[in-house]
Design a protein around this ligand. Structure first.
Ligand code: LLP
Length: 400
């Protein structure tokens, strides 16, 4: 990847995505489930650029969406409605209505209250809602607490007993069709055991529902496969698939898997340029033109992203790599060895393809970065840089 040329041609801060890498990861995962009925539903929240979604749609992917906005992105990108799932703990009435009208594959329910709401809206529309229930299996996924979702103390899903009750209500309803079951215990998982245990618990529930003549067709294992940011162990897709398949013996179901980070994180690079260096007493700072509004993960989770300064400097010392935003949390890396820099030196922040641009904002009235894709060496702008006019377009000037 010619980062210097990309930065010269499109400016910085810049997100660059390698579409060939995304395809390789998709194929790798698909291959792991070969011979079994399976469907990959790309988790749009990881990187929701329409061109990225379209790229996966062309490979046959469906989408896991967590707002009607994401559902509409998936549809706009050409994903068939029967491959779209709508999840999330707090869906509004208008979102539920629109999702039902658009006849997506299923709505994932996360509470008994939500089940009632979906039933009522489906009745008003005189149709039957295909649903699944997100089960919270109370498993510690051993990941960062902010991205851990499978313990009872987290807001996600419902416990086994409530799930059972919900399935019975759904079976007896004219407006609900319980076709799926879902769990997602957390993100950036690097250990297989928690996934396996969760899958065992949920498949046992499927078996006990069968006894009640409730036949679930879709076994939705969520997303969460971890990636290498630093020196983490990577779960191999084949081992992942086998661990889950083992828990499903005797059950004939389609596996749905909702990867986000696995497909996109290491396809992405965030390019930024050095503005200045300074030393406050004995602390050295390298200040760049990208910031926490562009890539929030270090500030929010203290997440590690490998950074590299592209210059030939032989001198180096410990420094913090920071952005221009008025927050002490605005950093990309802290206390790392960095070469001596000059104005305009290019900095590459690695593993930025997932939860990078999608979590960016206009904080400090900074326009969001430009995004480009690289596929077969062909570079395309997939989102132009945001201008000042873009940023204020929706605001009203109340005059004098
Ligand atoms: N399915 C459900 C129901 C989810 O909640 C998520 C992610 C996924 C799938 C996709 O998970 P993945 O395969 O990407 O791990 N902003 C955080 C990550 C939040 C993940 C939220 N849910 C980060 O930057 O690390």
């Amino acid at each position: 990847m010619n980062f210097k040329k990309l930065a010269d041609d499109y400016g910085t801060p810049l997100y660059v995505y390698n579409f060939d890498y995304m395809k390789d990861r998709f194929d790798e995962l698909k291959e792991a489930f070969r011979g079994r009925k399976s469907m990959i539903c790309y988790a749009v929240k990881a990187n929701s650029n329409i061109s990225v979604i379209k790229h996966f749609a062309k490979m046959g992917s469906g989408c896991d969406c967590v707002s009607i906005g994401e559902v509409n992105r998936a549809l706009r990108a050409g994903v068939s409605s029967y491959k779209i799932i709508f999840s999330g703990v707090g869906k509004r009435d208008d979102e539920i209505k629109e999702a039902l009208e658009k006849d997506i594959l299923l709505i994932n329910l996360e509470s008994e209250a939500e089940l009632k709401r979906v039933e009522m809206i489906a009745k008003e529309l005189n149709l039957t809602a295909r649903i699944s229930v997100r089960v919270n299996p109370n498993i510690d996924p051993m990941t960062h607490p902010y991205i851990s979702t499978g313990l009872h103390e987290s807001k996600f899903g419902v416990d086994i007993d409530s799930a059972k009750r919900m399935y019975i209500v759904a079976k007896n309803s004219n407006n609900l069709d319980p076709v799926g079951i879902h769990f997602h215990i957390g993100s950036q998982l690097t250990e297989l055991n928690p996934i396996k245990e969760a899958s065992e618990i949920v498949s046992d529930l499927v078996r006990s529902l069968k006894v009640l003549d409730i036949n679930i067709k879709f076994f939705d294992i969520g997303g969460g496969i971890g990636v290498k940011y630093d020196n983490e162990e990577r779960i191999k897709p084949y081992d992942y698939a086998q661990a889950i398949l083992k828990t499903l013996s005797g059950l004939d179901m389609t596996i749905i898997c909702e990867p986000g980070r696995f497909l996109t994180a290491n396809s992405g690079y965030f390019l930024t340029k050095v503005l200045y260096e300074k030393v406050n007493v004995d602390k050295r700072f390298v200040i760049v033109d990208g910031a926490m509004n562009d890539l929030l993960r270090p500030a929010l989770y203290n997440a590690y992203h490998k950074v590299e300064i592209l210059n030939d400097s032989k001198e180096s010392s410990i420094a913090n790599l920071v952005g221009p935003v008025c927050e002490s949390g605005d950093f990309f890396a802290k206390d790392i060895e960095l070469p001596k820099t000059s104005h305009n030196d290019l900095v590459v922040v690695y593993s930025a393809g997932a939860y990078g641009f999608t979590m960016s904002s206009n904080y400090n009235t900074r326009g969001r970065a430009c995004e480009v894709s690289v596929e077969n060496e062909k570079v395309r702008v997939i989102r132009r840089r945001e201008s000042f006019e873009d940023m204020i377009a929706l605001e009203t000037d109340l005059g004098d």
